[in-house]
Write a protein that binds this ligand. Structure first.
Ligand code: URA
Length: 439
């Protein structure tokens, strides 16, 4: 075996020459041992940002980052499945999807994250449930997955630690927005969960990280190609994020929204995306014969209460209350001011600046301005009027949950400004494209 010379390896990437798989593995392994210096990591991420990497090299990079920490192994009587979403506003699909898949015979060991930028985070929504331990240790996490079928917690330092180091350096060196690096970063963490199948929800629109379809499609294609190349059956859908997915945006308000969903009071768009993703997961995992069969199974576990039961057991197993679904108001924090934000003109909702709406949640205190900020779980919006709603002057655009009158003024104005009223509304498809769908 020849001696690894990091300078030579970096020169190859800088010059667009594909490096060997072994060199990629050695370079990434050196992040954990300290043999690869921060300067070399900085040079690496910038060179990849500028020159890109080929498919085989991205697969090798993804697996090397995955292998920088623990990779979970499961020995269960059903497929191990998960979903990744690129994030949006009012996107509480994960809270429904994990329990649905478990109720259908799959296992979901979901590692999720905090809100990023204007988008909400699954972890923050679970943190709104008193007692729920998003930092559960490995034993509790594994036991919950095995006994209940799903558990949703935050990233532990043991999973893909090289990604954490690389991400911090990417942030500091203007090299976050590189498709190969984003792909390796997202997938290394998901693949460390030891999955048999993965579905991706790539959001597109004013509330998504990817605003336009071409960028969303490029990311979806990259993620699906590399995940399949790394040996995990993966499909994806590109979905509309030009308005909030649920009629609520915040943390406790989104938990209430999914409890209503389990009780049968369902937002149509949230339901459709959840059913579509779950049906694809069931097909990937061999738990459904085709999309129609998968959809029927998903609807059944919503209607017969099995998905709600899994959710309740998961919450209790991770330290939350036993009766959250029966008595949400006993546990979920309520904001002192809850009031309607009314329209100042008349028309049909033709567009919503969803990024602005997500930013208004941050202004209320429901998201972070800096990474270590404390979140106010009670605040946010619900009763959010969707695109296509006919609005008379004085009608409700949304209901605000706020801590102070100043917050009502500032975030209420942002919400009003986010709404575009005109004399017609576009018919935006909710599921814009399916890629490599198993269904
Ligand atoms: N999310 C990640 O985990 N990594 C990225 O690089 C971008 C989004």
């Amino acid at each position: 075996m020849s001696t690894f010379l990091p300078q030579q390896f970096l020169a190859q990437i800088r010059d667009g020459i594909p490096p060997s798989a072994q060199d990629i593995r050695t370079f990434i392994a050196g992040i954990g041992t300290g043999k690869t210096s921060p300067a070399q990591i900085g040079a690496f991420v910038m060179a990849v940002y500028l020159k890109g990497l080929g498919k085989d090299e991205i697969v090798t990079l993804t697996k090397a980052v995955r292998d920088s920490g623990d990779v979970m192994r499961w020995n269960l009587d059903g497929p191990v499945l998960d979903k990744h979403s690129t994030g949006g506003v009012g996107d509480n699909v994960s809270l429904l999807l994990g329990p649905v898949i478990a109720a259908c015979g799959g296992y979901v060991p979901m590692i999720s994250g905090q809100g990023l930028g204007h988008t909400g985070g699954t972890l923050d929504k679970f943190s709104a449930i008193p007692g729920y331990n998003v930092n559960a240790d490995n034993d509790l996490f594994r036991r919950a997955v095995k006994d209940i079928g799903c558990a949703i917690i935050g990233q532990t330092g043991a999973l893909a630690p090289a990604d954490k180091v690389m991400y911090a350096i990417r942030s500091a060196t203007a090299s976050v927005g590189s498709l190969p690096l984003i792909t390796a970063s997202i997938l290394s963490k998901k693949l460390a969960e030891g999955l048999d199948g993965l579905v991706l929800d790539i959001k597109c629109g004013s509330g998504a990280i990817m605003n336009n379809f071409e960028d969303a499609k490029a990311l979806a294609t990259s993620l699906i190609t590399i995940a399949n190349g790394a040996g995990v059956k993966t499909s994806g859908i590109i979905t509309d994020m030009s308005e909030p997915l649920a009629s609520a945006a915040g943390n406790a308000v989104e938990v209430r929204n999914i409890i209503n969903h389990f009780h049968g009071k369902r937002d149509a768009r949230l339901h459709e995306v959840t059913v579509a993703l779950c049906a694809d997961m069931l097909v990937l995992g061999g738990l459904a014969n085709n999309e129609a069969d998968g959809r029927a199974k998903v609807e059944a576990v919503f209607d017969n209460g099995k998905a709600a039961d899994v959710f309740a057991r998961m919450v209790a197993a991770l330290g939350g209350p036993n009766d959250l679904i029966q008595n949400p108001d006993k546990y979920l924090d309520t904001a002192p001011i809850i009031t309607d934000i009314k329209a100042e003109s008349t028309g049909i909702v033709s567009a919503i600046d969803t990024r602005k709406l997500g930013t208004a949640v941050i202004v209320l205190g429901g998201g972070r301005k800096s990474p270590n900020d404390q979140i106010d779980y009670a605040v946010g919006f619900d009763h959010i009027a969707p695109i296509g709603t006919k609005i008379e002057k004085g009608d409700v655009l949304a209901r605000i949950h706020a801590r102070t009158d100043d917050h009502v003024s500032e975030a209420g104005k942002m919400l009003r400004d986010a709404y575009i009223l005109s004399d017609s509304a576009p018919d935006n498809p909710l599921i814009i494209e399916r890629i490599g769908s198993g269904a």
